[in-house]
Ligand binder design. Structure first.
Ligand code: HEM
Length: 428
């Protein structure tokens, strides 16, 4: 039985709760059906465990922003908690340890050059490898899955480990194992090396020094989960957004050409793009934001948990209840977008053709647990899209049939594997 004044929801069955109401392959459509029936806040039971679904910009903001602390916890009794032991940042519960680790990750990203030129240079340097890969594929069919994954993985690997990996190198897959080896190295002579320039120390070493501080909540044991956390969070998200984005750019050649015209105009006479150029590229900015909206990369955010008894939208939610911010529902919410369905960069342009960001643009979630990699992700999406579109034309192969936009469901959504054709453009 639902507690008093708990959000409404479908009848529960013994043992199963509401599991029978959900498709295990892709429950997103079931969640949408339940939203239409019960409203923007409803509850479900996963077995005997209650959870509250928040839909639409109003409910999500009221909870995650206005009642920030109450909704900043993470469930600690799920299967993934057993495998990761809730170490790292993403799954750590609200409290001093999470705070220290989050602050540390933000600081390392900043010291490593985010917001400065050095991070841009690293991204642009990585893009030379991507470009070389693309050039070698001219005239052939190319599967971009691995390519985007490698590029975004290498960018975050530079922050984490201070190195990149060759494309097609099996080491890429073994990165976590290599990290353990690196940690061993750091235990040896590395620890004695005096590093004066703290601004360029990869996270792994910066953290190692923290491990030696007896007052710190860092330990070598936490270290591996922490890097795994950031590696996963920084790779899968960006690459899946790009995969979806380039799929739509290929199947909307008019939009791709309009981006290229703007890029050619703004970058005329320059050899490379920089992040500042975005202010002169309202159309490209709109397209990249529309890519993120339609990609809906982390549809159900990361699950939250209430840290106290609380209320939202007039309902009572006890402490320790799992809460799912349904970001998918916001990114296509009726009334919030000029075009909630389909791929329309106009969602981010006003009548004067200027770039605008509606309140419902929330792919990184909101509140204190909001994505801490947003700055890096936005820089990557911009520099990768602009650099590649400037140099190449991306073509949907004529014999590939109708594109299938239905995503494959998971913590992150990814498009079904597809092929692309690439042509070199004339540089302007
Ligand atoms: C397009 C790219 C990305 C998207 C759409 C995205 C989205 C998200 C979302 C929805 C969350 C959950 C927020 C919440 O619980 O309310 C999250 C958390 C997180 N993201 Fe990202 N992310 C992206 C890229 C990155 C990158 C590049 C990094 C690495 C630097 C990163 C690191 C993290 C971390 C560490 C968390 C956990 C924060 C916490 O629990 O305090 N993300 N991200």
């Amino acid at each position: 039985r639902r507690p008093k004044n708990f959000p409404p929801g479908p009848i529960t069955l013994p043992l199963l709760g509401n599991l029978h109401n959900l498709s295990l392959d892709n429950p997103l459509q079931d969640f949408e059906r339940l939203r239409l029936k019960y409203g923007n806040i409803y509850s479900l039971y996963l077995g005997s465990k209650p959870m509250v679904m928040l839909c639409g910009v109003q409910a999500i903001k009221e909870a995650l922003v206005n009642k920030a602390v109450e909704f900043a916890g993470r469930p600690q009794d799920m299967y993934v908690n057993i495998t990761t032991e809730s170490k790292g940042v993403i799954l750590a519960d609200y409290g001093p340890r999470w705070k220290e680790h989050r602050r540390f990750a933000l600081m390392t990203l900043r010291n490593f050059g985010l917001g400065k030129q050095s991070m841009e240079e690293r991204i642009l340097a990585e893009l030379q490898h991507t470009s070389a890969d693309l050039e070698s594929s001219i005239g052939k069919f190319l599967s971009p899955q691995v390519m985007f994954h490698n590029a975004s993985s290498n960018i975050i690997c530079q922050v984490l480990f201070g190195m990149r990996f060759d494309y097609n190198d099996w080491t890429m897959k073994e990165i976590v194992r290599c990290f353990t080896e690196n940690a061993k190295l750091a235990n040896g002579p590395w620890a004695m090396v005096s590093l004066n320039n703290h601004n360029n120390i990869p996270l792994i070493f910066a953290m190692f020094f923290r491990c030696n501080d007896p007052d710190s909540t860092f330990s070598e044991d936490l270290l591996s989960m922490y890097s795994l956390d950031l590696h996963f969070a920084g790779t899968d998200t960006t690459s899946n957004t790009l995969l979806t984005g380039f799929l739509y750019l290929m199947t909307n050649p008019d939009i791709q050409e309009r981006c290229q015209a703007e890029i050619d105009r703004v970058l005329e006479g320059k050899d490379k793009a920089c992040f500042e150029d975005r202010h002169n590229m309202p159309y490209v900015q709109a397209v990249i934001h529309e890519m993120q909206r339609i990609a809906n990369t982390v549809p159900l955010s990361v699950f939250h948990n209430t840290t106290k008894d609380t209320e939202v939208m007039g309902y009572t939610i006890p402490k320790g209840t799992m809460v799912i911010p349904n970001l998918s529902s916001v990114l296509s919410e009726e009334g919030q977008w000029k075009f909630p369905r389909g791929f329309h960069p106009e969602n981010f342009l006003n009548d004067q053709g200027e770039f605008v960001k509606p309140e419902a643009f929330m792919p990184f979630s909101a509140g204190p647990r909001m994505c801490l990699g947003e700055g890096l992700a936005r820089m990557e999406l911009f520099l990768i899209t602009v650099t590649l579109l400037r140099k190449f034309k991306f073509i949907w192969p004529e014999d590939a049939g109708e594109p299938d936009y239905t995503p494959v469901y998971g913590v992150t959504l990814t498009p079904k594997p597809y092929f692309m054709k690439v042509q070199l453009r004339e540089m302007h």
